[in-house]
Design a protein around this ligand. Structure first.
Ligand code: BGC
Length: 387
């Protein structure tokens, strides 16, 4: 694999169009940036203090590979806050929405970069029946439960396993107690992030439980491969290896049908720009694609490209589904570090997952984890530079 060489000014460049919330002063941004510069050269992982919430310490981890590609992850929400890679012109910038300060996340942005759980995406009316018991979940999206409820895994402080400074890998764990947000069972979750020298961020999710419970973990990074939130993602080209998708009702709950994409704006089996047919999709793309590959096998399922920077993102997963969300609800309320409002379609999500509302859909692959079983899924985001 051809190595990408990143110049030593990476730390300065990564001051980042995407990083920081609108309230931060530019002086705090530049001190962060020069801080980063001094740490950038060595491959491995660095820990820095990032504040405190819920009486717990929050840290920011910088994972650097030998090409100088850097991913920052916090134990608050298991959140990927930045992913800095080069462009074909030799510059570097951050390709995910994120903030430099913890305060940006405490203001509850819509899951920027977060680890989402206990159940990624929606469960209809926040209810499901399991082994004869009906469970009522916290509802936080109209009448539905979304992304784990009012205080999902994205809003808790995770425990951190000891790090090895020479290895760009981080393992976070969290005990979600029986009854949390209405879910049954004590669920022990661990998520391992690792950055390879092939510019792959691999995320391994594991969990076990002491009562049967639905589990559906994902990462909610918002990608904009131009590295500039002023640009929309409408010119990004997307390919999804899926012949079917799950149509939804007006509350974004699947109807249960697995519908062929052929002849519809949902057909991304060949690359199309996001914007090409989006006006034919009411509200924009916010759907689950039924991936063609065999569930459990680690395969390339989606490719996103931005010709302007030469960046390509490949998504590999063991999961059966992919939620492609085109940033429809971003509305300019949240701002970048330079005060740029993050507008509709400023970024998009490619959330690998089981299908939404699976606990109420016996025809969908099961999301139920039982005592004695091990939940284990893997997703890999690989960034490639095409010259
Ligand atoms: C959902 C969207 C939601 C977004 C942010 C996506 O996974 O499908 O409907 O607005 O997350 O919460």
């Amino acid at each position: 694999m051809k190595k990408i060489v990143v110049n030593s000014a990476l730390g300065i460049l990564m001051a980042g169009v995407f990083t920081s919330c609108g309230n931060n002063s530019s002086s705090s941004e530049s001190s962060n940036a020069s801080d980063t510069t001094s740490k950038v050269s060595k491959a491995g992982i660095q820990q820095s203090d990032w504040g405190e919430t819920d009486g717990k310490k929050v840290f920011l981890y910088t994972l650097t590979n030998e090409n100088g590609v850097q991913v920052k992850i916090s134990n608050y929400g298991g959140t990927v806050t930045s992913f800095v890679t080069p462009t074909k012109s030799g510059a570097s910038s951050n390709i995910v929405l994120g903030f430099e300060e913890l305060s940006g996340y405490l203001a509850k942005p819509p899951y920027f970069g977060a680890t989402v759980g206990r159940y990624g995406n929606r469960i209809a009316k926040g209810k499901f029946t399991l082994d004869g018991n009906t469970y009522t979940l916290a509802t936080n999206n109209g009448q539905n439960a979304l992304h784990g409820g009012l205080k999902g895994f994205d809003k808790v402080v995770w425990d951190v396993a000891p790090i090895d400074s020479a290895t760009p890998a981080l393992t976070l764990s969290y005990l979600s107690k029986d009854g949390e947000e209405g879910y049954p069972g004590n669920l022990k979750v661990s998520v391992r992030f690792s950055l390879s020298d092939d510019n792959e961020l691999t995320i391994d999710y594991e969990a076990d439980t002491d009562k049967a419970t639905p589990v559906n973990l994902t990462n909610h990074s918002y990608w904009n491969l131009t590295g500039d939130a002023k640009n929309t993602i409408l010119d990004h080209s997307l390919k999804i290896d899926a012949d079917k998708y799950t149509p939804v009702d007006t509350t974004l709950i699947p109807t249960g049908e697995l519908k062929p994409v052929k002849g519809t704006p949902f057909d991304f089996t060949e690359p199309h720009t996001v914007g090409e047919r989006i006006s034919a999709v009411p509200g924009g793309y916010d759907h689950n694609w039924v991936l063609n590959h065999k569930m459990g096998s680690m395969d390339l399922v989606a490719t996103l490209s931005d010709p302007s920077t030469g960046r390509k993102l490949e998504v590999y997963t063991t999961e059966p589904g992919l939620q492609f969300y085109s940033g429809n609800f971003l509305d300019g309320t949240i701002k970048t570090s330079f005060g740029t409002p993050i507008q509709k379609h400023a970024a998009l999500c490619l959330e690998t997952q089981h299908f939404p509302d699976s606990p109420n859909r016996p025809n969908f692959p099961s999301t139920i984890l039982k005592p004695g079983e091990k939940y284990h899924t893997t997703t890999k985001y690989k960034v490639i530079l095409e010259k």
